[in-house]
Structure formats: structure tokens, C-alpha cells
Write a protein that binds this ligand. Structure first.
Ligand code: SF4
Length: 257
């Protein structure tokens, strides 16, 4: 009885989140087959199997050690000069799903947490619409310090910070990565193809570091971009991308009845 009640409550919360994110018109009356392009199954990248998976408690400790011992005191690139806080990323060290943005903004720099401003509120709605809590996913950025004036990270800054992100992915081992916006998508897929063309189609992360590669990637628009162009069309596209991720992870999609 209590389990059924909890399940009903969770489904109701999820429906409300979808309504808030997109409006009721986007909730399918019944589950529709999704137009998700098949992706070519990638061969396991060389080296991936050579890095053994950590136990859950080891993952948490390894992430904390990297944050406290390296990232918080990092001076590898010039972004260290303007920061108030490093923003390592946060979430479940065993997350099946990872969101990766480009870099911290003003609110993130002030708090040391990723995606806490207006764009963060929208990302939280996106996650809730998927039936997940923010604590169940892992949220990180390409660079851990705020680029001035919210510009995209420069290539040398991305390169300097790259090892941290690769190690985060190697520790967490997500099944799916959602890249948010162009800089993140370009870096994670090693491509210059624009987000407008790539979003909505499954990609495979190439082997970018030892033991890091071959992960399913769904590129979508950055929440800040969606806020700037807050149209039903853009919101619908993001929701379509998230549904594809839900399908890949086997997450239930609520319907109106
Ligand atoms: S952005 Fe990354 S590499 Fe540059 S100082 Fe910050 S933590 Fe270090």
C-alpha cells in the first residue's frame, strides 16, 4: 500500500514537473514510439576494460580527494585568477546519467555548486520531468572555474581542465551523458558540428582518455539558451531529447491516461 502510494506520488510529481517545464500540451495522451535514430554500436574502446570499476564508497572518496586535493587549489590555467570558488560538480558518484555543461557562471562561482542560477532551475525541472532527483544524476562542467563575462572556455583552458573531467567520468562510469550546448558537445564528441544539427541523435563519446570512451551521448540545448529562446519549439525539442534518454535508461514516461 505504502509502496503503491509512493509510486503514485512520484508519478504525480513527475507530471507536475513536465507541466512546469513544457506545458500540458507536451504530455502524450499515451506513450508514443519515439523517433530516436539508431546509433551504431561502437566497439569497446581500447583501454576501457583495463580500468577496473571502483566500489561505490571508493568512488565517493576518489571524487572528494580530487576536489579537495587538486581542483580547489588548481592554478593550471588563467581562470584561477578570477574565481571565487572552483565548481567541481556534484551528484551521485554512481549516477547512470551525467549532465555536462561548459563552465560555471556567476551564481556557480559564488556558491561553488554547478547549475544553481536561472539555468540551473531549468535544468532541475528537466531532471524532475525525467522522474529523477538532482541527487540521482551527476552534474559537471568542462572547466571548473568561471570564464569571465560568461564566455565559452578557450581551447587552452579546456585542455588544462580536461584531465579532471575525464577522471570524473572514469570514476562515475555513467551509462549516458547529456551534453548541454555547443562547447560541451564539441569537446565531448571531438567535433565542430553545431548543436542544432547534433541534438536529438545519439552519439558515441570517442576514446578521449584511458578508460573513458564509448559512452552514449545525447546532445541537447543548454538551459541558458532555452531560457533565451523560450518557445514551445525549443522546449519541445529538449523534452524530446530527454525522452530519448529516459528510453535508453529504461525510465518510465508518465502519460495522461
Ligand atoms: S579551470 Fe580547471 S584547469 Fe583552470 S584553474 Fe580552474 S580547475 Fe584548474
Amino acid at each position: 500500500m505504502s509502496q503503491a502510494y509512493d509510486e503514485l506520488t512520484r508519478a504525480a510529481r513527475q507530471l507536475i514537473a513536465i507541466e512546469q517545464l513544457l506545458g500540458g500540451d507536451f504530455i502524450p495522451a499515451k506513450r508514443q514510439p519515439l523517433d530516436v535514430p539508431d546509433f551504431a554500436a561502437a566497439a569497446a574502446p581500447a583501454g576501457a576494460a583495463e580500468v577496473p570499476a571502483m566500489a561505490p564508497e571508493e568512488k565517493s572518496a576518489a571524487l572528494k580527494a580530487m576536489d579537495d586535493g587538486e581542483v580547489k587549489v588548481c592554478t593550471r590555467c588563467g581562470l584561477c585568477q578570477g574565481r571565487h570558488n572552483t565548481v567541481f560538480g556534484e551528484g551521485d558518484p554512481n549516477a547512470r546519467l551525467m549532465f555536462i555543461g561548459e563552465g560555471p557562471g556567476q551564481d556557480e562561482d559564488a556558491t561553488g555548486r554547478p547549475f544553481v542560477g536561472k539555468a540551473g532551475e531549468l535544468l532541475a525541472k528537466m531532471i524532475a520531468a525525467m522522474g529523477l532527483a538532482r541527487e540521482q544524476v551527476f552534474i559537471a562542467n568542462i572547466v571548473k572555474c568561471r570564464p569571465p563575462n560568461n564566455r565559452a572556455p578557450l581551447p587552452d583552458e579546456t585542455a588544462a581542465c580536461w584531465d579532471y573531467l575525464m577522471r570524473q567520468i572514469r570514476i562515475i562510469r555513467p551509462e549516458v551523458i547529456v551534453t548541454l550546448g555547443n562547447p560541451s558537445t564539441h569537446a565531448m564528441l571531438n567535433t565542430r558540428v553545431g548543436i542544432t544539427r547534433l541534438r536529438g541523435s545519439w552519439q558515441i563519446m570517442p576514446q578521449l582518455a584511458d578508460g573513458v570512451g564509448g559512452i552514449d551521448v545525447m546532445p541537447t540545448f543548454h538551459p541558458a539558451y532555452v531560457l533565451r529562446y523560450y518557445t514551445p519549439d525549443f522546449r519541445g525539442k529538449v523534452w524530446s531529447d530527454l525522452q530519448a534518454v529516459m528510453q535508453r535508461l529504461g525510465l518510465p514516461l508518465p502519460t495522461k491516461g
